[in-house]
Design a protein around this ligand. Structure first.
Ligand SMILES: Cc1cc2nc3c(=O)[nH]c(=O)nc-3n(C[C@H](O)[C@H](O)[C@H](O)COP(=O)(O)O)c2cc1C
Length: 375
């Protein structure tokens, strides 16, 4: 039943974060949709898809590879070639024409990859040579993960440089900022957790050493974006997918230290997947998200299984500033309007999530027919 009270919901009112004025506290969570070309160029219909969703207070783009080595999934976009930058520039222009804001999520998949999506069929790289459980999405279908190659110590500054260049390219493409993907057990989180980082050099062992590479990335990326607080970071302390990646042996201690260290940088926000992605919000035995939030002075975006009611409660309790919605944005381009009016939400069948063309991607109607947008 439509609930007219939602029109005045504090979650749906404008808010200023850093120097950004957001139309509301709803963030479109990053959603990989695997519709780019094999060269990692977003398709023309990505312009429609993102422009249609510009009523979110902030859009975080789908995870975007920083380099050829970063790629882990077929048909995901990149930000290292001019063609990629040009295509993203059309997306950002369309979002801005619709009064939206959009950050680019910077991604290196590390061991969650496969030689079939790597340059010259090389092995994926990781902190340590530990094989993930499960399969990778390649151009030839699902293929079992392989044992990755452990990075040499002197290769790591080169990957920091890849992040720096990608952050710079994001600026060229007209993004309003970037989000460093340090969640979901990709490369940065593989360094953070002692379950995937068995190194004995300066990048392994103590928490301080395991945080060294992720913090070097944060340092490089925030330097590119200057003092304007246009960089966020995503964390997922309690998630074991993909790869059936075990949690850190001291989730609370490690992530509290991580968030504390992040406070040294000019970050706009921490964006946290609270609980186990898409499954449960209850992880009270491993991590206290309110406590984690208290360790960070900037803005906090909560994510995972949010509804408007839940977001309103969390805002009233001071648990988060912004709330990101992932799956609901797939089939509801006008999600914010639907939340405001209490209209029912459409559900996107899973076959549309990854791969394919504009069908099930940029052709979802709004609650009053096709969503109006300019570009
Ligand atoms: C199809 C799909 C693609 C996703 N792609 C990304 C991604 O590129 N980067 C990321 O950090 N999380 C990704 N996620 C996780 C979502 O951002 C979000 O954390 C998760 O869906 C839980 O939020 P929700 O309950 O609002 O959907 C993806 C989730 C789905 C369903």
């Amino acid at each position: 039943m439509p609930n007219p009270n939602h029109a005045s919901s504090p979650v749906l009112q404008p808010v200023t974060i850093g120097d950004l004025r957001l139309k509301n506290r709803i963030v479109m969570a990053p959603l990989t949709r695997s519709r780019s070309s094999t060269e990692g160029v977003p398709p023309p219909f990505a312009v429609d898809y993102y422009a249609q969703r510009a009523s979110a207070g902030l859009i975080v783009s789908e995870a975007t590879n920083i380099s050829p080595q970063a790629v882990g999934y077929a048909f995901t976009p990149g930000i290292w070639t001019d063609a990629q930058v040009e295509s993203w520039a059309r997306v950002t222009a369309a979002v801005h024409a619709n009064d939206g804001l959009i950050f680019l999520q910077l991604w290196h998949t590390g061991r969650i990859s496969h030689p079939d999506v790597q340059p010259n069929g090389q092995l994926p790289v990781a902190p340590s040579a530990i094989k993930p459980v499960g399969s990778a999405f390649t151009t030839g279908g699902m293929k079992e993960h392989v044992t990755p190659r452990a990075l040499e110590t002197d290769e790591i500054p080169g990957i920091v440089e890849d992040y720096r260049r990608a952050a710079d390219n994001a600026k060229r493409a007209g993004f309003d900022g970037v989000e460093i993907h340090s969640a979901n057990n990709y490369l940065l989180e593989q360094f953070v957790r002692d379950s995937t980082n068995k190194r004995t050099d300066i990048y392994g062992g103590s928490v301080e050493n395991r945080l060294r590479f992720p913090l070097a990335v944060v340092d490089a990326v925030t330097a590119v974006w200057g003092g304007g607080r246009r960089v966020g970071i995503r964390l997922s302390p309690a998630t074991t997918m993909p790869g059936e990646t075990p949690l850190d042996s001291d989730t609370r201690g490690t992530y509290d230290a991580y968030v504390e260290a992040l406070g040294r940088f000019d970050l706009l926000y921490v964006h946290t997947i609270e609980g186990v992605t898409q499954q449960t919000r209850d992880t009270s035995d491993t991590v206290d998200f309110l406590d984690l939030r208290r360790h960070f002075k900037g803005a906090y975006i909560g994510n995972n299984l949010y509804t408007l009611d839940l977001a309103e409660k969390a805002l009233a309790q001071g648990r988060a500033d912004l709330f990101s919605f992932g799956r609901p944005f797939i089939a509801n381009p006008d999600l914010v309007d639907r939340l405001r009016s209490g209209a029912p939400l459409a559900d996107a069948p899973k076959p549309y999530w990854y791969g394919g063309d504009a069908t099930g991607y940029s052709d979802w109607p709004g609650m009053n027919g096709q969503v109006a947008f300019k570009h």
